[in-house]
Design a protein around this ligand. Structure first.
Ligand code: HEC
Ligand SMILES: [Cu+2]
Length: 489
């Protein structure tokens, strides 16, 4: 008896809250694309009209939006190519690709489409492959029906029941190796009536790569199964290689435009903390589905998952796309650029407005705190002493940006190794370290336009670190003395 009473109170409570919720939801008038819910049962009943050929694009481009197009039979023909490519300057990798790019060709459909999918394995390839599309409802996402040997082609068909952004990938054993070599891409299933129009759309996909050699080791690098098992990639990149979205390859936009990024993560192992430095995502289709989150700083993209990210660009500048697991960005390649052109908008961002010396102790002018003041000064250091101390300073302060062998990061941090800019002018190098540097410079024919902050080092330390740099990595062996630094303070 007691329990029954309790039950009925609970039931009443539920009824009340249900009424409340219905009441509340009928109040909000705004209907978004996500509200036009279509069940899979309804999608299954849609009759496809006519036949069209799918437009396929390589990254960072995407095919035209579906707009008002009715559900159709749509032919997709994807060719698998095993081909050598460049991971980063001088580092070659044998990529396995869907359509000749990493990630593979972008496929754009709408809900209710009947996809006739043909997978072709080029006769020059060495291995059998197949495809598992996460947009497919069926065994293996198509993998069981699509195993194809070199020189063969195979077809299968499926109906798109759920709108969303989906990963596809090869699922041939060893699956991890096929994915690690670049066999993944995205297929978009747009809702009835299409996604809301935007000004620009781009296709970006993260992947982790495992090579026998360490980051930057030149030559053709074979896949390293051991590192893959330990989930310790040498490269984490957007769109297949370190430079795919950097400098001249940056994606672009104009101030005032709304951008939509279709972002996927092929893995095979790592999860991506996708972030654009200096931007806030106005809308994110979380995990590529219907749920929309707003005002997001960083969105998590699982391995084998995706997200649709939308934002308006309000100010000009270079916005850096990263995996915010940040060593991956600055040391393993997970870095891209969005270059936005247009007029400055000082209301939104005014740039640096004031600069001065911060004096916590107050009033009178003080010297910059100098941690080395207490250290004894060795007069007339030998070159060997300067080299040893300089190396220390380098790995403490300069290494983070200019990299371990002074190789820099192309387009972001200029090289100090064989740097024509460095070797041309020692005074300039000294003032760069003392006062910092900003504005466009050209180093070894590559343009840099960034900021190096002033380094808080003593005269001796500046002399040592520059002597170390000048006497390493093919530079011109200049010896910098404390006196030379002093004269340029
Ligand atoms: C926070 C990152 C960062 C750190 C740390 C840093 N630099 Fe730089 N450095 C830069 C950037 C960025 C530029 C290019 C600035 C520009 O575009 O105008 C640069 C330019 C230079 C240049 C001139 C360009 C060239 O390639 O020859 C020299 C020399 C240099 N840095 C030396 C040093 C030394 C020595 C240290 C350590 C004491 C150091 N930097 C620490 C970021 C850094
Ligand atoms: Cu494969």
């Amino acid at each position: 008896m007691k329990t029954r009473k309790k039950l009925s109170t609970t039931a009443a409570y539920f009824l009340l809250s249900a009424l409340l919720i219905t009441g509340l939801s009928s109040c909000k008038k705004k209907e978004t694309a996500a509200d036009q819910k279509m069940t899979t049962d309804l999608a299954e009943k849609i009759v496809a009209q006519g036949t069209i050929e799918a437009e396929l694009t390589s990254p960072p481009n995407v095919p035209k939006p579906i707009g008002k197009r009715k559900a159709s039979k749509i032919n997709v023909s994807l060719e698998i190519l095993e081909q050598e490519g460049e991971m980063v300057g001088g580092v070659k990798y044998m990529y396995w690709t869907f359509g000749g790019s990493v990630p593979g060709s972008f496929i754009r459909t709408r809900v209710g489409d009947e996809v006739d999918f043909t997978l072709k394995n080029h006769p020059d390839n060495k291995l059998p492959h197949n495809i598992d599309l996460h947009a497919v409802t069926g065994p293996g996402g198509g993998a069981e029906s699509s195993l194809v040997a070199p020189g063969q082609e195979v077809s299968f068909s499926f109906k798109t029941l759920n709108p969303g952004l989906y990963v596809y990938h090869c699922a041939t054993a060893p699956v991890g190796m096929h994915i690690a070599n670049g066999m993944y891409g995205l297929i978009l299933v747009e809702p009835e009536g299409g996604l809301a129009p935007v000004d620009r759309e781009y296709y970006i996909m993260q992947g982790d790569f495992y090579t026998k050699g360490d980051y930057g080791e030149k030559g053709l690098q074979p896949f390293d199964m051991h590192k893959a098992l330990k989930e310790q990639p040498d490269y984490v990149v957007f769109n297949g290689n370190v430079n795919a979205l950097v400098n001249d390859n940056a994606i672009t936009a104009k101030v005032g435009e709304t951008i939509r990024l279709f972002v996927g993560n092929g893995g095979p192992n790592l999860v991506s903390s996708f972030h654009v430095i200096g931007e806030i995502f106005d809308r994110v289709h979380v995990e590529g589905g219907d749920l929309i989150n707003e005002n997001v700083q960083t969105t998590l993209i699982p391995a084998g998952g995706a997200a649709i990210v939308e934002f308006k660009v309000n100010t000009p500048g270079t916005f850096v796309l990263v995996d915010h697991s940040i060593f991956r960005a600055f040391n393993k390649g997970a870095l891209g650029m969005l270059k936005v052109e247009g007029d400055k908008n000082e209301k939104v961002f005014a740039g640096k407005t004031r600069e001065g010396i911060y004096l916590p102790e107050g009033g009178t002018i003080q010297k910059m705190p100098n941690g080395t003041a207490k250290k004894e000064i060795i007069e007339n250091k030998t070159l060997a002493q300067q080299m040893a101390d300089g190396k220390n300073i380098f790995s403490r302060t300069c290494f983070a940006c200019h990299q371990s062998e002074g190789q820099g990061i192309e387009g972001i941090f200029p090289p100090l190794a064989k740097s024509d800019y460095l070797n041309a002018d020692v005074k300039r190098a000294i003032t760069t370290v003392i006062h910092g540097l900003q504005g466009e410079i050209t180093v070894n024919n590559v343009k840099y336009n960034s900021i190096m902050t002033s380094q808080n080092l003593s005269d001796q330390e500046v002399a040592d670190v520059l002597t170390y740099i000048y006497n390493s990595w093919g530079n011109n062996k200049t010896v910098v003395t404390r006196e030379m630094v002093k004269q340029n303070r």
